[in-house]
Write a protein that binds this ligand. Sequence first.
Ligand SMILES: *Cc1c(COP(=O)(O)O)cnc(C)c1O
Length: 352
Amino acid sequence: MPERWIDFRSDTVTKPTPGMRRAMAEAEVGDDVFGEDPTVNRLQERVAELLGKESAIFVPSGTMANLVAIRTHCRPGDEMICEAHCHLLHYEQAGYAQIAGVAARPVEGRYGVMRLEQLERLVRPANAHFPQTRLITLENTHNRGGGTIQPYPLIESICQWAAQHGLRRHLDGARLWNAAVATGIPPAEWAKHFDTVSVCFSKGLGAPVGSALVGPKELIQQAHRHRKVLGGGMRQAGILAAAALYALDHHIPRLAEDHANAQRLAEALARFDLVELDPPRPETNMVFFRISPRWGTPGQLTEALRQQGILVLPTPEGKIRMVTHLDVCGADVDRFVHVMEKILSANRSTKI
Ligand SMILES: *Cc1c(COP(=O)(O)O)cnc(C)c1O
């Protein structure tokens, strides 16, 4: 085993920094199910304010934040419009169907970005034959799309259209921080077009656990009930909230470094003949690429890198995903490029 793995699989692998651990150790706590944890309360107020909403609720994961949001917006038999490759559809066990009883109407976007014209006929008329179209969800940045930023004017027009048709709007903003830093458009500006927004503290922000759902007070009150039945009522959760507060104070602007590292990584990869970036340009902290079958499979490349102490993630679409974050630096990117040069130029017969 190498002394230190360079882990590009996900921005969820970050470990709490010494400063964050100190903040956690010193956190004032209480029983949050009674609403008495002062640190959780402080975090909820802070996040609501950052996103320009009345209220927020702290939850253990982004999956729970999204599911709780869907349950506040929809009843069983309702339908939600979403992008065909969104996290909600692929990586959350179809909880919207399994637990909320909601049907999904997926729309194929380009790198996760849908066009308004694709949506225009999707709202179902009120008729006993049909599910009721109740909700649209968007994801920003879009994970499977490649860390893609939804164009701001598009969000404006999609949400305006949705409101005109009486649809609720939810944003899966697990990486909204990245979109905000990359564009300079503040989180609240993005959030104002949506009824509810979920955000994660445990991705690029580097906290060990936690997400939040923000929205109008009345919806967040309902969200409390849904969180409890899903098993998300936590007691002295201030220890975790302290990490999230620390992350909000210290780790937002530094996301720009992750974006710069992803850019460098992509530029280096683009110089290899055997590599094709897909999407061609990273917009935030994710890089996806294909390896030519002339060299081998994504699985073989993943293994060859692993033997050199570098971890990457092969995807179901036959690509390799690399994510930059708090725990990888520019020198790690250089090390990866150096290892790739060796691996790709090696005699094929020595390949794994
Ligand atoms: C990570 C992620 C989530 C939530 O994941 P959890 O592992 O449940 O915290 C939700 N949406 C997107 C786009 C994500 O990348």
